[in-house]
Design a protein around this ligand. Structure first.
Ligand code: F6P
Ligand code: MG
Length: 444
């Protein structure tokens, strides 16, 4: 029986959590402030003097936030009237009682996962309290830029996909499995391209992602892709009308830009190969961790792909729009995804969402933040099983597709973590390594 280790926290001086709260988060806030300021003229054109006042007030709230963070002030109750405010305040109380009464919940003393989520929620508040600019997405520019800068790679992927779609019927089961593995890995490495790790730099994919897969293979530390494949295959059963039905796959999205395209390509392949009958995408209901997908980003990406000046790219976009229109694909958001909870809390704190995921045959969790939430962002021993770290979370067979950007990693072989630590001290945070890590509640 394993005890539950403590949450990662900036209170461990020198840890990655500490460096993040000390340096990376203030940098992100400074960029947010710059972005709002740079858009001053736009706000003036749209809303006149009121827009300019809103810009000023939002900036002053954000500077205050940055100051609270840097001086380790207590985490404040939310009173902005947004519908999730109550649950944030309850969560704060929960943290307070976990921590005991001696110290208040604060930026450098409390769990990193919590304070980092809270920062993005406060950015939302600063805009929300200034109505004419309340739906301005401060991260939008970076997300669209990442998409445009990856154009070549997107074209390469869409062209590959088109070739596959044409020949799908001729593929043997082995060939199908091989193609599945390729596109799963493309989606995995797509997670390298996020904006929050680099505080806004290096967020696009330049060359063809398919060409680099073989070279990247040694950097996948855990590869459970064969279990993912067999989950999909075993979900195929004879349906009522004699036609076979197949899996419903849910994808809990991470970043917009190139990563989202890799997810859409994988989803397209799943449907057009018949491996899945339905794909449900889950995104964020507010701008989150710099580059995460919101409903707007999702629609924008499909529209841009449709409108592209390249035959196969626009063809893919049209196909995706059709999947959406026909309900083969669907997009969902839920407030839980932008709350600070570990996923083991989902069944109790967001039972409707948990029930929704239970309807899936397979849930893919993209990216680092989802991995942190799956494992509770705790100081686990590297050899602890993924099933143990999930602490009872398991609405359906699930798989994390994650490049490592935070210092939590479970499910390694004995000695594997130590070896990596001795060779490359930053192996858990450089984004160079990845995992395809699977768990099924049915195999217990
Ligand atoms: O610290 C790195 C970080 O900013 C983490 O806060 C977060 O886990 C990650 O980057 C975001 O990465 P991803 O987009 O893969 O979730
Ligand atoms: Mg992200």
């Amino acid at each position: 029986v394993h005890g539950v280790p403590p949450s990662l926290s900036a209170k461990v001086v020198g840890s990655f959590a500490y460096l993040t709260v000390k340096d990376r988060l203030p940098t992100i806030l400074t960029k947010v402030i710059d972005t709002i300021h740079r858009n001053k003229n736009k706000f003036f054109e749209e809303f006149g003097e009121e827009g300019v006042q809103a810009e000023k007030k939002a900036i002053s709230l954000l500077s205050k936030l940055r100051n609270e963070l840097q001086t380790d002030k207590p985490v404040l109750v939310l009173s902005d009237g947004l519908e999730d405010a109550d649950s944030w305040n309850q969560y704060l109380q929960r943290q307070q009682s976990l921590q005991g009464d001696q110290d208040s919940v604060s930026w450098f003393k409390s769990p990193w996962l919590y304070v980092e989520c809270y920062m993005y929620r406060r950015v939302m508040e600063a805009l929300w309290l200034n109505p004419p600019i309340s739906d301005f997405d401060v991260f939008n520019e970076g997300k669209t830029q990442s998409f445009f800068e990856s154009q070549q790679a997107v074209v390469a992927l869409c062209t590959y996909l088109e070739g596959l779609r044409k020949n799908m019927a001729e593929l043997s089961e082995n060939q199908l499995c091989e193609q599945f593995n390729k596109l799963l890995q493309v989606s995995l490495w797509g997670n390298k391209c996020d904006l929050s790790i680099s505080a806004g730099q290096e967020n696009s994919q330049k060359g063809s992602p398919l060409d680099s897969l073989a070279n990247l293979r040694p950097f996948i530390l855990v590869d459970d892709s064969s279990l993912v494949w067999s989950t999909l295959v075993s979900a195929q059963r004879p349906g009522d009308s004699g036609k076979t039905t197949s899996a419903r796959v849910d994808i809990v999205l991470d970043n917009a830009g190139f990563e989202l395209v890799t997810d859409l390509v994988l989803a397209d392949f799943l449907v057009s190969s018949g491996l899945a009958r339905e794909v449900c995408f889950h995104g964020k209901s507010m701008p989150w961790f710099v580059s995460d997908v919101t409903a707007k980003d999702f629609q924008w990406t499909i529209r841009q792909t449709m409108a592209a000046n390249h035959k196969f790219m626009s063809k893919s976009g049209v196909q995706w729009q059709t999947y959406m229109r026909d309900g083969v694909w669907s997009y969902h958001d839920h407030p839980f995804w932008t709350q600070p909870h570990e996923f083991c809390d989902m069944a109790a704190d967001a039972p409707e969402l948990y029930a929704t995921l239970q309807g899936a045959d397979l849930v893919l969790f993209k990216g680092d933040l989802n991995y942190r939430k799956l494992t509770g962002d705790r100081d686990w021993d590297h050899t602890v099983g993924f099933d143990v770290a999930l602490r009872g979370f398991g609405p359906a067979p699930l798989c994390s597709l994650r490049t490592l950007k935070a210092n939590v990693q479970v499910g390694l072989q004995p000695g594997q973590g130590e070896k990596l630590s001795s060779q490359e001290p930053d192996w858990m945070t450089s984004g160079k390594y990845a995992v395809v890590q699977f768990y099924s509640p049915h195999s217990e």
